[in-house]
Design a protein around this ligand. Structure first.
Ligand code: SF4
Length: 395
């Protein structure tokens, strides 16, 4: 598996697969065709169908320059490899094609080329791919999960420190910013309102909602967020983490360890299944974020990898089948509220696991496989194409 660094990326919302991934690809293509006169970018599958709502076109045009780039939305074309395909074509001043690149934004800002193996990466640092193998290694060597992460992911805690600070800055901006989010839906930001209610009542759930909304509303507004593991699901892990920081006074040192554990859970899903709503629905985005948050809470309570595994398994199992049907292709409804619901659900899943002796029948790795299979069985209209479900109910 790759470093946890590749789970937590800093960038502009609203979508890691529809804005961050295309932006990274566009910059790479521009670098290798710096003398080109003109560019055409074809968007396929989900990138075509929800590209406008997710601001994919604006993101790409900002990189190449509007005056020398045309975006073509190929609504009827999609590759089986992954729904988020895009083709960059460069032309010289005589209108001759000089370069082209077909590439896929496969979730969390990650890029892959056609038929490139999905579970193999160029810079793998972890020797294991499943949680079962990691648990066996940890128990055989009598080390902790944090020892394990430090052993293979060098200097990761310096990076996580920066990620923690960036998450907090996003939350603070989200708590302070008022007004209406962009787009036809005219959704009022709620993070500040909820936070004021928390200050009066000190009700913990209200704080969890508020801090989760703060990140999601910044994301919907195109602000800077940390993918955790994606932009669409970027509210859950920070919402839970900073509720523990502000309300329960957990130390930053302990929370950095939580962030590492959550990153490892996301990494396992990214490696063995998918964190892309366009590929497996929202179970792969908010479902995975909830699973990782629940695992990190279990770590905080028990420091025991077996409870981390169980809490993560419960949370993911009970998001199985969750569809992705954003209205107008925007990361607003159902995304923002869904993050808030799943932040609280991560506490439920953790608390349930902690009430048991840790024994359970279904492993986390099995649920990851089921999530992948369920995602592949979902019809395309429920996978970030905005052609079914909630997306067509609000006229
Ligand atoms: S419904 Fe879920 S997967 Fe789809 S865009 Fe919203 S957050 Fe992402």
């Amino acid at each position: 598996m790759e470093s946890i660094r590749n789970i937590y990326k800093v960038g502009n919302g609203p979508s890691s697969s529809h804005t961050m991934g295309p932006a990274i690809a566009a910059k790479k293509f521009l670098e290798r065709n710096i003398n080109a006169s003109f560019f055409v970018v074809e968007l396929y599958g989900s990138l075509a169908l929800t590209g406008k709502g997710h601001l994919t076109d604006i993101t790409i045009l900002n990189i190449f320059g509007e005056e020398r780039c045309t975006i073509k939305f190929q609504y009827d074309m999609s590759y089986n490899y992954h729904s988020n395909g895009m083709k960059f074509i460069a032309y010289d001043k005589n209108n001759n094609e000089i370069d082209s690149w077909l590439v896929f934004s496969v979730g969390g800002g990650m890029l892959k080329e056609l038929n490139e193996p999905r579970n193999a990466f160029k810079n793998e640092v972890y020797p294991h791919k499943t949680l079962t193998d990691i648990i066996n290694y940890i128990e055989f060597n009598k080390i902790t999960i944090i020892d394990y992460i430090k052993l293979f992911d060098k200097d990761i805690f310096d990076y996580l420190n920066m990620i923690f600070d960036t998450m907090e800055e996003t939350i603070q901006r989200g708590l302070n910013n008022l007004g209406i989010l962009p787009g036809r839906l005219k959704i009022n930001r709620k993070a500040n309102e909820f936070y004021q209610k928390y200050l009066k009542t000190k009700d913990f759930n209200t704080l969890v909602y508020s801090l989760t909304l703060a990140t999601c509303e910044e994301n919907a507004n195109g602000g800077i967020v940390v993918t955790s593991p994606t932009c669409g699901s970027s509210g859950v892990i920070p919402g839970v983490l900073f509720s523990e920081y502000y309300h329960n006074k957990v130390s930053k040192e302990d929370l950095l360890e939580c962030l590492a554990v959550a990153g490892l859970i996301c990494n396992i899903v990214k490696t063995n299944a998918s964190i892309s709503g366009a590929e497996v629905g929202c179970q792969g985005e908010v479902g995975v974020a909830c699973s990782a948050a629940s695992g990190m809470l279990a770590y905080l309570k028990a420091h025991d990898i077996r409870y981390v595994e169980y809490a993560s398994e419960i949370a993911l199992e009970h998001h199985l089948g969750m569809t992705c049907d954003p209205i107008d292709g925007m990361v607003q409804i159902p995304c923002i509220e869904r993050n808030a619901m799943s932040s609280l659900f991560s506490y439920n899943a953790c608390n349930y696991a902690m009430l048991t002796n840790g024994q359970h029948k279904v492993s986390f790795d099995s649920v990851v496989q089921v999530m992948k299979e369920t995602g592949y069985d979902l019809q395309a209209k429920y996978k970030e194409t905005s052609t079914g479900g909630l997306a067509i109910k609000l006229k």
